[in-house]
Write a protein that binds this ligand. Structure first.
Ligand SMILES: Cc1ncc(C[n+]2csc(CCOP(=O)(O)OP(=O)(O)O)c2C)c(N)n1
Ligand SMILES: [Mg+2]
Length: 593
């Protein structure tokens, strides 16, 4: 007897799904049984929280380029998926979520776990339906997979628990529902911009005297062509966080990251360019883009909806970044004047020297930068890196140098805490043989700490660095800089994460002083994993943009006296390069800004 759930699982297999993340419950046990029977083709990864399952499905899709799949039971299981699914929605990743429901004839009767998940999932999904029986499943399961891939978003199927077990009998089929009339086949398409558009874009870029490039996730597969464009245009490249692995961090053509956790040279090239080329990025912080009145822009993106979203463009090229850049490069003249690039390279040398002051700081309490940097030096050229949301993101972005052979990801547009560990686990499962590294915060890690046991269960080669500052530190600084409010409610009660790692059957290590860094990291890296390395770092170390804008500086000054630990904060910002970063706005003014 074939059930509706069997049809669902067979459909997943036909769509090349090899892994499903989730947690069982009585609302989804029909699907669990179908999965049990097909363990030869699909592995089920049991998570300790449905939120992690959704983050893992999202991350798995990012790491593999395939459809990510997660499942949960009715009611609380389903609602727990939501945050991870929004991560997929906001980063445009194909994910299928499967949830259970009450018995079909008890829906909306206030029975146990009776949550109408199709209504709940309405906003997050591009395809969202209740499955009525096995014949219906045949169509909608296929369409759900297809729509998630086609629209690069979340598809959701909700199946009543008795419907899951319903046999696929012919008499249940309506006359119009011919068997297999929705094929389990993926018809991909590739949009190519017309020649005259590419020529127009090349003309704009050839006319530019100071061209800057902003590269994001869409540039990663186009890295060779991107590098060639930068060479031809004499254009420095700022990298949005999701595009961190698009060029080596020490490549002479990049000014590194952009935004609050970026570099000062990236900020400079955006301020001083006359032409901008955006490749596969909708980096959200508009204040870090050039002045839209003064700067012409060309944008390349897979998604026409995203063209001109952050910066007005004179020319939008819709399609694959690698293909388009290849055509564009053939029409670009090599710029003779390299002064804009050389100025950026000079500034970048200065910036890297400034960062070295932070990463070699031996002071006590231990600063997070030397630990992040030493951790990063151990990240092999084939390894994967993830981070979470907070100051830890800035540490990974600024102080860990990656190569294009590395893989990097993060909860991008959603910027959700608690995503780092699930992303790392998904990396270990998606790419066996590669080491996985994560830099996470004590706030974010605590949210899904139990998931570490999933990494232990699968013996994943994970090294997780948790920067224990006892703070929701990014927010502490945002309260002060953005609003002029004293830090409030950001202090965290301590957790011994290293002991928790041991308690879950992994290995835990602790670093509390500068002198311990190398030895403890060597010990931790000698273990195949998973390990948690707990770095007890200064809770008063700032998280600052590369150049503090004047209004942030004024707000900060106002908030500081009433902020606990203000004397320690003042001591910390009195050292270089933080002093210069803090005075960023003032300097800009004396520069004639
Ligand atoms: C789920 C979620 N809740 C709240 C936030 C807001 N937020 C952004 S960063 C941050 C602080 C994170 O603290 P921690 O993990 O300790 O990182 P740190 O900044 O200290 O490195 C918070 C609360 C968020 N991004 N995601
Ligand atoms: Mg913290």
């Amino acid at each position: 007897m074939t059930t509706a759930a069997d049809i669902l699982v067979e459909t997943l297999i036909e769509w090349n799904v090899d892994t499903v993340f989730g947690l069982p419950g009585d609302g989804i046990n029909g699907v669990m049984e179908a999965l049990r029977k097909r363990q030869d083709a699909v592995r089920f990864i049991q998570t300790r929280h449905e939120q992690s399952a959704a983050f893992m499905a999202t991350a798995y899709a990012k790491w593999t380029g395939k459809l990510g799949v997660c499942l949960a039971t009715s009611g609380p299981g389903g609602t727990n998926l939501l945050t991870g699914l929004y991560d997929a929605k906001l980063d445009q990743v194909p994910v299928l979520a499967i949830t259970g429901m009450q018995y079909h004839d008890l829906v909306e009767t206030f029975t146990q776990q009776d949550v109408d998940l199709t209504r709940v999932f309405e906003d997050v999904s591009v395809y969202n339906t209740v499955v009525s029986d096995a014949a219906h499943m045949e169509n909608v399961a296929s369409l759900a997979c297809r729509t998630a891939l086609a629209r690069r978003g979340v598809a959701h199927l909700s199946v009543a628990n008795d419907t899951q077990e319903k046999p696929a009998e012919e008499e249940g089929r309506s006359r119009r529902n011919l068997p297999r009339h929705v094929p389990n086949e993926w018809f991909s398409y590739r949009h190519e911009p017309a020649d005259n558009l590419v020529r127009e874009a090349a003309g704009l870029l050839n006319d530019g005297k100071r061209v800057a490039i902003l590269a994001g996730r869409g540039a990663i597969e186009a890295r060779d062509q991107l590098k060639q464009s930068a060479e031809l245009l004499g254009a420095p490249v700022a990298k949005a966080l999701l595009g961190k692995a698009a060029l080596d961090d020490d490549d002479p053509y990049t000014t590194g990251g952009i935004g609050i956790l970026g570099t000062a040279p990236s900020q400079e090239i955006m301020k001083n360019c006359d032409t901008l080329l955006i490749v596969g990025s909708t980096f959200p912080y508009i204040e870090f883009y050039p002045d839209p009145r003064a700067v012409k822009a060309v944008q390349i993106d897979l998604d026409p909806q995203r063209i001109g979203l952050r910066h007005p463009v004179q020319c939008g090229l819709v399609g694959d970044a690698g293909d388009i850049l290849r055509r564009l490069n053939a029409m670009l003249d090599k710029k003779g004047d390299r002064s804009f690039l050389e100025a950026a390279q000079d500034q970048m040398r200065g910036w890297r020297e400034q960062m070295a002051l932070l990463t070699s700081d031996r002071s006590h309490p231990l600063k997070p930068q030397p630990v992040a940097h030493a951790f990063g030096r151990r990240v092999g050229s084939d390894a994967m890196l993830v981070t979470d949301s907070g100051q830890n993101t800035e540490l990974a972005a600024r102080h860990i140098d990656l190569r294009t052979t590395n893989a990097f990801s993060v909860s991008g547009a959603l910027a959700s805490m608690a995503s780092g560990l699930p992303y790392a686990i998904a990396a270990g499962l998606a790419c066996p043989g590669r080491h996985v590294h994560a830099v996470v915060g004590d706030g974010g890690l605590a949210m899904q700490l139990g998931e570490f046991s999933t990494a232990v269960r699968h013996s994943l080669p994970l090294r997780i660095l948790v920067t224990c500052n006892g703070m929701l530190n990014q927010i502490a600084w945002e309260q002060m800089m953005f609003l002029g409010h004293p830090q409030f409610a950001c202090e965290l009660a301590p957790i011994n994460f290293a002991a928790a790692a041991d308690a879950m059957g992994g290995r835990g290590f602790t670093i509390s002083t500068f002198d311990e860094i190398e030895r403890v990291l060597d010990e931790a890296f000698a273990v195949e994993g998973p390990v948690i390395i707990q770095a007890n770092v200064d809770r008063y170390e700032p998280m600052m943009p590369p150049k503090m804008p004047n209004d942030y500086a004024a707000n900060f000054k106002k908030a500081l006296p009433e902020t606990s630990g203000h004397q320690r904060i003042e001591e910390n910002i009195a050292r270089e390069p933080l002093l210069t970063m803090m005075r960023g706005g003032e300097n800009a003014e004396t520069d004639g800004d």
